[in-house]
Write a new protein. Structure first.
Lengths: 158, 390
């Protein structure tokens, strides 16, 4: 999934004409496994540092503090807490959105980091910092191994 | 100074262009205009300059890759040792820090420090040039914008300390008012707290008047070693402390309510300048204010007040030009404008003019001997701090 770049010059091709530059970003070693779990098993994983004990969500290949390789993977569940949120009225081009979108930083209990994502099934005026939320995954057949395999997070009672 | 074993470095001249949404001049021309002004004030010619340091933010704004190379002639760098530094929004204060070590190290006796930004080249709006600064896997697929990541931070800061938007809006009112006295200012305005609260909501809690504009502009300073500075001027302004720091690349891994990286950069600079009690020893400060809440956030990170205390000081008028701790007497980014690297450099120029008593109508009331300039950048995690003394 993440390593499709050819290293054999004989397989490179030349196209005459105009090509827009595009970038293909690899998910990375930790990222590939993280997104495979989301895509295939609807699971959110973290990676634990055996030295300092921090559980990184999303998982990383290494601990940014200890510089150790993170080898222990843990299922952190699909429920988290809204740490902060914003209600965006603009898209990335600065154009007005048809309806405002709620984005939140969601933290998972006992972990380090968090995931930024949309909130759904809730009106902007009802969102609160500290609110419990749960990931809503797209159906298996629509999941592609991207962050948008999670459609949004929705509020839950707890 | 002795403990660092470095030479003392002075600012001996400063200059800047108008800050505007869209200037006719090219980036090179802006650099030249500000550099010429700074050299004139220093009483030097280009041939007297031994090295040049350029600061300019993402190439995507100007739309010229290798912008440092592109701007070199306007910055006066032809046939001279030259480098470009870039730490996002922190560049404007980091550039004179890089200039400082050129001279403090003994490598050069004079150094021209040039900061430039021309954001108007990017159409239809420079906002999209920011798109490729975000993580391509975790953030971009969500339609991330620069404003919403600041909104997330601002909201957390408000939440932790129970700060109201009215309190934050006072910063925009103050800075835009201060800018009325700045001859280069882009957005000098007399506005009220209500105007801020009634302005367009972009990404709640961020509204139109909470934000600085996009701008074109350049700002420049001339640095000299002590023995050179003393020959050229009776009023050198010494760079007595510098500090810089970056926090985690992942903003999800930071507190958001408190800029620890600014504290780390400030501690480094205070230690070097021998400052033990920042609120008592700093007479005037230019803190980075691309958003109104950031002025408060940064005052706290700089330890100019306790955590959560900056809104109250602002309400009490302590941060006005005639207050005990004047903050952003220039008008800041909110009032003067925000050509990224040039905006941070403008703050260093302002402290230079304030400490020389040359700030005219912007001059703070107290006798200012020690000043601070700070910028903040990359993805909300870079702090750069400079301490200057007359
Ligand atoms: Zn660790």
């Amino acid at each position: 999934m993440s390593r499709e770049i050819s290293t054999c010059p004989l397989r490179l091709r030349h196209y005459p004409g105009h090509l827009e530059p595009e970038y293909a970003y690899t998910l990375g070693i930790a990222g590939e496994r993280f997104f495979r779990e989301i895509k295939e098993n609807a699971r959110i994983m973290g990676a634990k540092c055996k030295k300092c004990g921090k559980i990184y969500v999303p998982p990383k290949l290494y601990c940014e503090e200890c510089f150790e390789k993170l080898e222990e993977w843990v299922d952190v569940g699909t429920k988290g807490t809204v740490y902060t949120f914003t209600i965006s009225f603009l898209d990335e081009h600065g154009e007005k959105l048809e309806k405002p979108e709620i984005y939140a930083l969601i933290k998972f209990k006992g972990t380090y980091g968090g995931i930024v994502h949309r909130l759904g099934e809730v009106k902007p005026e009802n969102v609160r910092i500290g609110m419990k939320v749960q990931a809503v995954f797209k159906p298996l057949t629509e999941r592609k191994g991207t962050i948008n395999d999670i459609a949004y997070f929705k509020p839950i009672m707890e | 100074m002795e403990m660092f074993g470095k030479r003392r470095v002075a600012v001996i001249g400063a200059g800047m262009t108008l800050f505007r949404r869209n200037l006719k001049e090219t980036g090179k021309e802006l650099c030249w205009e500000a550099a010429k002004m700074a050299l004139d004030q220093a009483g030097l010619e280009l041939k007297d300059i031994e090295a040049v340091v350029m600061g300019t933010a993402p190439d995507a704004f100007d739309g010229v890759h290798m912008k440092g190379e592109y701007l070199a002639d306007g910055a006066g760098a032809r046939k001279k040792p030259y480098m470009r530094v870039f730490v996002g929004g922190g560049t404007g204060v980091f550039t004179p820090i890089a200039g400082w070590w050129h001279v403090a190290s003994g490598m050069f006796d004079t150094c021209l420090v040039v900061a430039e930004e021309k954001m108007s080249s990017c159409f239809p709006h420079p906002a999209y040039a920011f798109h490729t600064i975000f993580d391509p896997i975790m953030a971009r697929p969500l339609g991330v914008t620069l404003i919403w990541i600041f909104a997330l931070e601002m909201h957390r800061y408000m939440h932790v300390h129970g700060i109201k938007k009215e309190q934050i809006a006072r910063v925009a009112v103050k800075n835009k008012q201060n800018a009325l006295d700045h001859p280069c200012a882009q957005l000098p305005q007399k506005i009220t707290v209500e105007d801020v609260l009634n302005s367009e909501v972009l990404c709640w809690p961020v509204q139109r008047l909470d934000i600085s504009p996009t701008s074109d502009g350049a700002a420049v300073a001339v640095l000299a070693a002590e023995h050179v500075a003393k020959q050229l001027t009776d009023n050198p302004v010494w760079i007595d402390g510098v500090g810089w720091c970056i926090d985690s690349t992942y903003w999800t891994n930071r507190d958001l309510y408190y800029p620890k990286y600014v504290e780390c950069a400030a501690r480094m600079a205070y230690k070097m300048a021998g400052i033990k009690n920042p609120p008592k020893e700093i007479d005037v400060a230019e803190v980075y204010d691309p958003f109104d809440y950031k002025e408060l956030h940064h005052m706290e990170g700089l330890m100019l007040c306790r955590k959560g205390e900056a809104p109250r000081l602002t309400e009490e008028g302590v941060t006005q030009r005639d207050g005990d701790l004047p903050i952003n007497p220039s008008g800041g980014l909110l009032g003067v404008g925000n050509p990224i690297a040039a905006a941070g450099m403008m703050k260093v120029c302002e402290i230079f003019w304030q400490l020389r008593g040359e700030a005219g109508k912007r001059q703070v009331k107290k006798d200012a001997r020690t000043g601070l300039a700070q910028a903040w950048g990359d993805l909300m995690q870079y702090g750069s701090v400079i301490i200057m003394r007359s």
